[in-house]
Design a protein around this ligand. Sequence first.
Ligand code: PSU
Ligand code: MN
Length: 347
Amino acid sequence: LISKAIGKGSKASRQLVSPLWTSHRSLSTSRSFLRISDEVQEALNSKKPVVALETTIYTHGFPYPDNVALASHLESVVRINGGVPATIGIIDGVARVGLSPEELIQLTSSAGHENTLKISRRDLGFVCGLRLAGKRFNGGTTIAGTMVLAHLAGIKVFGTGGLGGVHRGAESTMDISADLTELGRTPVTVISSGCKSFLDIPRTLEYLETQGVGVGTFADGRQGKVDFPAFWSRESGVKSPMVIQNEIEAAAIIHAQMSLPLSSGLFFANPIPEEASIPKHEIDTIIEEAIRQADAAGASGKDNTPFILSKIKELSGGKSIPANRALIESNVRRAAIVARELAILET
Ligand code: PSU
Ligand code: MN
């Protein structure tokens, strides 16, 4: 791999001990691979509420310039609700926690380029390390990738759209999103609208249980049975493992989890606002067709989720997009309020 990266074929093995690499040694501190913006670092130092935001939704979801408009809107939503946003992504092989407006444009406008990748935990060493071999990658971080970097920076709360999950047919493909294992190993709380029903929701919840991930759904005063939400629909037909009423309860649970301390994450599902939701039967028909087309096109592995999402967009005649925006905004607002309540508990 290294010889390929250097691009000098068989001579490369001799060059491994050459000054090319030793000269980089002084650079190999974590700071050269991970940069935290001054604003985010200062907010963390003074225990202000910080909310992590992911970037795969911009590089592999919304097109440019819709993606940059959404990105800056979500940052405003965090600020309006008393938090400091930390948008996380990779630019030129450096993991950034807290992107400047210029960096946001740089990343979002590179969506669709060959060197702009979808970055999960497994990819971080590659895209950062290969910068030393002259290869420049940009990357939108998934929930898993964003959690890793948020935790390295010391951020505890993260708001986003939809969680990856156990794919239908995973009993033979073994396609299970790294978002789920990340929640099992990294103490960051993710707030999202559950997962899309192109995934296998009952098995996703089973897997999260195995990973030791606490899963609760915001009930906002509702009593009785509360479903784990299915992204565009508030109902999934699957009962949520736990129920929480509001942001104060969410913050108390995070505080206990961090104080014990447990090293695993939490997942709080926030059902899509009623007025933005799409009826389950309507979206289910579209999802069935999107899955059929993904199978026919052989879109598997890391390409499966983006392929299905773009098909759903197409088949719904764009109706899925405003719903998508509304739920992300609602999740990010909740995340900011949870972070604020948590900051109060921690002081
Ligand atoms: N599901 C959605 N919207 C998304 C994603 C998933 O409804 O944008 C993105 C997120 O970044 C998530 C990633 O972390 O896809 C999961 O991809 P995979 O299934 O390959 O792990
Ligand atoms: Mn996968």
